[in-house]
Ligand binder design. Sequence first.
Ligand code: NAD
Length: 329
Amino acid sequence: MTRDVLVTGGAGYIGSVIVDQLIELGWGVVVADNLSRGHRAAIAPQATFVHTDVGDRAAVSALLRDRPVEAIIHLAAFALVAESVREPAKYRANNVTAARVLLECAVAAGIRRFVFSSSCAVYGHPARVPITEDSAPAPVNPYGETKRDAERLLAEFGERDGLASVSLRYFNAAGATASRGEDHDPETHLIPNVLGVARDGGDGVEVFGTDYPTLDGTAVRDYIHVADIADAHVRALDVPLDGLGPLALNLGTGTGHSVRDVVAAARAITGAPLPILARPRRPGDPPALVAAMGRAAATLGWRPVRSSLDDILRSAWDWHQSHPRGYRG
Ligand SMILES: NC(=O)c1ccc[n+]([C@@H]2O[C@H](COP(=O)([O-])OP(=O)(O)OC[C@H]3O[C@@H](n4cnc5c(N)ncnc54)[C@H](O)[C@@H]3O)[C@@H](O)[C@H]2O)c1
């Protein structure tokens, strides 16, 4: 019998790639998404789509009654740091309260395995880089707080209800596959914005902070290809359940790239001049976020294979050119 996985947020950037990989591997896939931020066209036609909010208890319970769902991959959330600062209650409601409803429905339906989209935002301004999973969570914005609190919920459900969970703390998701790419509005991520300037022109690339204590003064981040992130989720479905408590794993490469590195690599790939427009630092942006790798490799047998800066930028640039209006045509 086909085993089903429920992917919440499967119409979004990362979820759509996870759905494609699951289908390729023969899983049955149900996508639950309210399309508040995602795109119907990003969902593989082989998946069953349920247009619902994950906080809608009646709809989620009915879905779990109707389908033989064995595991849940939960990506549905709001994920814009600046918006979370302006509207913290909205983030708490969507990222924590709705997650609790989903978890209660999961436990009631007898589901034991839960894979959660967490974030390096749980670490805040870490004292040590590379950051290990044992660094104490200390988020510095409401978005990061909601991810920490959702992880705490998972611990609570694990202890009380025996739910086994893997929280995957992604660093900076980037890159594209041939058919899926990044189409956010507003777009706050560096790479699609740089490629947007390369494609559409403009004065240059706004760089927020050129006086950080890093080698070239710009912020350093750990970019991880969306297909590598998806692969880790697929592997998390096969970790033996026995003895699997709430587990947190970093998903990064262990290598940081500065904003200037990214812009230079984008110049080489696109041929666009991409002048840098220096802007002040954004509040809450740490100088460097780089993952200590090892635990995900040991637990999942996972290694990033598509996450060189060149692979990330080339794949994203191909998608930008083949989808000039994103999923709108
Ligand atoms: N993009 C990154 O670099 C990054 C890094 C770390 C963690 N994450 C996390 O990964 C997940 C996916 O990120 P993304 O970049 O693909 O975001 P995205 O906005 O592209 O996708 C999120 C999807 O969830 C849906 N959604 C939101 N709230 C919902 C709700 N209450 N009910 C049903 N559907 C809902 C949206 O419509 C959207 O399709 C998020 O949880 C995000 O916090 C992303």
